[in-house]
Design a protein around this ligand. Structure first.
Ligand SMILES: O=C(O)CCC(=O)C(=O)O
Ligand SMILES: [Fe+2]
Length: 199
C-alpha cells in the first residue's frame, strides 16, 4: 500500500491523517455487509471501560458493543485485515514507527445517543499501543446521524463523519478524541498496533 507524503507529514505534525475512499466502494460495501451481519448475530458485548483497577460498563461514558476479530482469509473482513497489515508495514517503513502486531475490534454503536467521551487510547508508559487506525463501514451516513469522530488537534477540533470507506489514523498516545452522540447504528473497525518490542 502507498502512503502519500502529506499523510506521513500530517502524522508527524498533527498526530493524525484521514483518507476517504480507502479500499473502494465495492470492497467497502462487502465489509459493511459482513460487519453488519456480525453485529446482528448478537455476538457483540457492551464495551468496558477501566475505572482504577476495575473493569466496568458505563454507557454514559461508552455506549458501543464490541467483539475482537481474527483473520478470516478470503472474506471481506479478511481483506480489511490484510489492508490493516499493509498499512502497519507501510507506516513502519515510511514513518519509522516500529509497529508490530495489531488487534482488530468491531464496534457497533446502536444509535439512541450512544457515544464515547473524550479520551486517549494509550498513555505514555502504561500501554504499548502506538497507533490507532479506524475504518468506517456506514453507507448513507447523514449529518443528522451525528456520530462524528471529534479529533482534538492543536487548532479547533476536527469532526470526521464515519462515512463508508473512510480511514482515520492517529498516534494512540497523542491524540485525544471522542465519538459524538450517534442517532443511527454506526459500525467501526479499529486496529491498534503495538510496538515491536512487545511479544
Ligand atoms: O469509533 C470511533 O470513531 C472511535 C472509537 C474509539 O475511540 C475507541 O474505541 O477507542
Ligand atoms: Fe479511542
Amino acid at each position: 500500500m502507498d502512503l502519500r507524503d502529506e499523510e506521513i507529514e500530517a502524522l508527524g505534525t498533527q498526530g493524525f491523517f484521514v483518507r476517504t475512499a480507502f479500499l473502494g466502494e465495492e470492497q467497502a460495501r462487502a465489509i459493511h455487509a459482513q460487519a453488519q451481519a456480525r453485529a446482528a448475530s448478537g455476538g457483540l458485548r457492551p464495551a468496558a471501560i477501566r475505572r482504577g483497577a476495575d473493569r466496568s460498563e458505563d454507557t454514559a461514558v461508552r455506549g458501543d458493543f464490541i467483539t475482537w476479530l481474527s483473520p478470516e482469509p478470503g472474506s471481506a473482513l479478511g481483506g480489511l485485515w490484510e489492508a490493516f497489515a499493509a498499512l502497519g508495514e507501510a507506516l513502519s517503513r515510511a514513518a519509522y514507527l516500529g509497529l508490530g502486531r495489531f488487534d482488530v475490534q468491531l464496534a457497533h454503536y446502536p444509535g439512541g445517543g450512544a457515544r464515547y467521551v473524550r479520551h486517549r487510547d494509550a498513555f505514555p508508559g502504561q500501554s504499548n499501543r502506538r497507533l490507532t487506525a479506524i475504518y468506517y463501514a456506514n453507507p448513507d451516513w447523514r449529518p443528522a446521524h451525528g456520530g462524528q469522530l471529534r479529533l482534538y488537534r492543536e487548532e479547533a477540533p476536527l469532526d470526521v463523519p464515519p462515512t463508508l470507506d473512510t480511514l482515520v489514523v492517529f498516534l494512540s498516545e497523542r491524540l485525544e478524541h471522542e465519538v459524538m452522540p450517534t442517532h443511527a447504528p454506526r459500525l467501526a473497525l479499529t486496529a491498534w498496533y503495538y510496538g515491536r518490542d512487545v511479544a
